[in-house]
Design a protein around this ligand. Structure first.
Ligand SMILES: Nc1nc2c(ncn2[C@@H]2O[C@H](COP(=O)(O)OP(=O)(O)OP(=O)(O)O)[C@@H](O)[C@H]2O)c(=O)[nH]1
Ligand SMILES: [Mg+2]
Length: 273
């Protein structure tokens, strides 16, 4: 069986750092994990990618030859990849046992506006028979502004709905809030508490939007879809917990044994107040 973690999230949310931490951690456990770089604009890597979209197409060439800007160029690169999936199939080879971590670019239109990543995810799952788990990273700094946090929750939800595969949301860069937010307060964000947050958002938005706030909060509450795992890449047990949830979502390992994820311990959270 083959497995792949699709690492998504807005620009700068810590996707590449997360990929590195997972690789480092997996290697320390003696697991073999390969990086698949899907960002045609990436230039520096801590671990050399085993599969690299830049071997197929160069963003620089696209921008120069097609006279596209960076975002249009990126969309072009993705469309090119999706029109050349034979290339990818060859790169993926026919390994039996493989665990890939796929570092995506941060442009949100790749999964929301134009379903490029959903098409790739379904290719990996259906054509290549790879079990895929998507992760969506949102920065912990989003907790500083509730309206922004809710926009982030909506984007996570939109990604989750469009990708149609097991999905884990991660609140990244938790080291930045450590000691500044108590465990209970962080908990309200990890398992978003819509009604409590609604009042506070209403206070900072024009009354014209209160009905809209309520509708959005209702949507999040009714579907109870979004919760987050905290991630602090400097803390090994935090990485282990996130990886165990991913493994469990894909049922990685012995097929006959159902795996349960690790519980979160105190070290995974912000400090207690
Ligand atoms: N403090 C802190 N900084 C982080 C963490 N993860 C990433 N960063 C920093 O955030 C910035 C962006 O990190 P990347 O891992 O490149 O984020 P990305 O999502 O891959 O960014 P794009 O590929 O450009 O969308 C870098 O300066 C990182 O050093 C973290 O857990 N804690
Ligand atoms: Mg990156």
């Amino acid at each position: 069986m083959r497995y792949a973690i699709l690492v998504t999230g807005p620009a700068g949310s810590g996707k590449s750092t997360f990929c590195n931490s997972i690789i480092t951690h997996a290697q320390s456990l003696g697991r073999n994990i390969h990086l698949f770089n899907l960002d045609p604009a990436a230039d520096k890597f801590e671990y050399p990618p085993t599969i690299d979209i830049r071997d197929l197409i160069s963003l620089e060439d696209v921008m120069e030859e097609m006279e596209f800007g960076p975002n249009g160029g990126l969309i072009y690169c993705f469309e090119y990849l999706l029109n050349n999936l034979d290339w990818l199939e060859e790169e993926l080879g026919s390994y039996e046992d493989e665990y890939l971590i796929i570092d995506c670019p941060g442009q949100i239109e790749l999964y929301t506006h134009i379903p490029l990543l959903p098409r790739l995810a379904s290719f990996l799952q259906q054509r290549c028979d790879i079990r895929v788990c998507a992760t969506y990273l949102l920065e912990s700094q989003f907790m500083e502004d509730k309206a922004k946090f809710f926009a982030g929750v909506m984007s996570a939800m939109s990604c989750m709905v469009s990708l149609e595969c097991p999905h884990i949301n991660v609140l990244s860069k938790m080291d930045l809030v450590r000691g500044r937010k108590g465990k209970n307060e962080v908990g309200r964000y990890l398992d978003p508490d819509p009604t409590l947050l609604q009042n506070e958002i209403n206070r900072s938005t024009n009354p014209k939007f209160h009905a809209l706030n309520e509708a959005i909060v209702g949507l999040i509450e009714d579907h109870n879809l979004v919760s987050f795992l905290p991630l602090d890449p400097s803390n090994d047990s935090s990485i282990a917990t996130v990886l165990s949830h991913i493994d469990s979502a894909m049922q990685y390992g012995e097929a006959e044994e159902v795996k349960m994820p690790n519980d979160m311990d105190d070290g995974d959270f912000g400090d207690e107040e």
